[in-house]
Design a protein around this ligand. Structure first.
Ligand code: MG
Length: 234
C-alpha cells in the first residue's frame, strides 16, 4: 500500500475519533476503467444534440458552458430547457459498467469502520446502485446515499452541497472523514474540520490543487488504507 501522509501521524491515530465516513463514488470507490468517463461525457453531448437539434460541436459547447456556469450540465438543461433531471441522468449513465472490477474486499473494509458510512456523490442514486452491484458491495452498508437530487442539484465543491449533507447527518464535522478523487472537493471539508483522503487520479481537472493543506492523506489503495485505520492490516 502506498500512503503518502502529509501528516506525520498514523491513519489509525488520525481517524480514531471519526464516526462519520463520507465516500465519493466515481473514481473513488473504483477507478474509472479506461474510456468510461469519455462514454458518459459523449452521452451528455448526444442528449443535448438531440434535445436542441444541433450538431455535436455545438452540443459540446452548450454542455461545457452549462458546466462552467452552473457547476453541473444538468442544471443548465433544467433551467433553460425544462429538462427532467431523471431523464438526463438515466440517459447519460446508461453505459456498460462491466469493465469495473468487482471489489467485495472494499465493501468489507468499509463495513468494518466504526460509525456511519455514507456516500456523497454528484451522480444519481440509480447510478450508485448499478455501480455498487457491479462492485459486489451491499448498498445496505451505507446508512445514506446523498446524491445530486437529494442535495437539490448542488454539486460538490459548492459549499451548499456540503451544507445539505451536514444537516442531514447532524454530526460534528470534526468527527467526519471524506474520501475523494477530486482534490478541489476536499477544500470545503478541510475548512469545516473534517479529515480528508485523496485518491489520486490521472484527470487534470480533478487533481488540480492536490498539493494544498486540504489534503491530509493520499492513498491509491483505499481498501488497504481503511484496514490500516481499523488495524485489520496486522
Ligand atoms: Mg469522483
Amino acid at each position: 500500500m502506498k500512503v503518502l501522509a502529509t501528516q506525520s501521524i498514523s491513519p489509525q491515530t488520525a481517524f480514531a475519533d471519526v464516526d462519520l465516513w463520507i465516500f465519493d463514488l466515481d473514481n473513488t470507490l473504483y477507478p474509472y476503467p479506461p474510456g468510461l468517463w469519455a462514454k458518459i461525457d459523449g452521452r451528455m453531448g448526444a442528449f443535448i444534440s438531440d434535445l436542441l437539434s444541433v450538431d455535436v460541436i455545438e452540443a459540446r459547447r452548450v454542455q461545457k458552458d452549462y458546466f462552467l456556469r452552473y457547476g453541473l450540465t444538468v442544471r443548465g438543461l433544467m433551467k433553460h430547457h425544462g429538462v427532467e433531471a431523471e431523464d438526463f441522468l438515466a440517459y447519460v449513465h446508461d453505459v456498460d459498467l462491466s469493465d469495473i472490477a468487482p471489489n467485495p474486499a472494499l465493501g468489507q473494509a468499509i463495513d468494518a469502520l466504526p460509525g456511519r458510512k455514507v456516500i456523497h456523490t454528484n451522480s444519481d442514486k440509480a447510478h450508485v446502485a448499478r455501480v455498487l452491484t457491479r462492485l459486489g458491495i451491499d448498498s445496505k452498508i451505507f446508512a445514506a446515499i446523498h446524491d445530486i437530487q437529494s442535495t437539490g442539484f448542488e454539486p460538490k465543491p459548492s459549499p451548499r452541497a456540503y451544507d445539505v449533507v451536514a444537516k442531514a447527518e447532524g454530526i460534528a464535522p470534526t468527527r467526519a472523514a471524506m474520501f475523494e478523487d477530486a482534490a478541489r472537493n476536499l477544500i470545503e471539508p478541510h475548512k469545516r474540520g473534517m479529515r480528508t483522503v485523496l485518491l489520486p487520479t490521472a484527470c487534470d481537472i480533478a487533481s488540480a490543487g492536490k498539493e494544498g493543506d486540504h489534503i491530509h492523506f493520499v492513498t491509491d489503495d483505499l481498501t488497504g488504507f481503511l484496514r490500516s485505520i481499523t488495524g485489520e492490516d496486522r
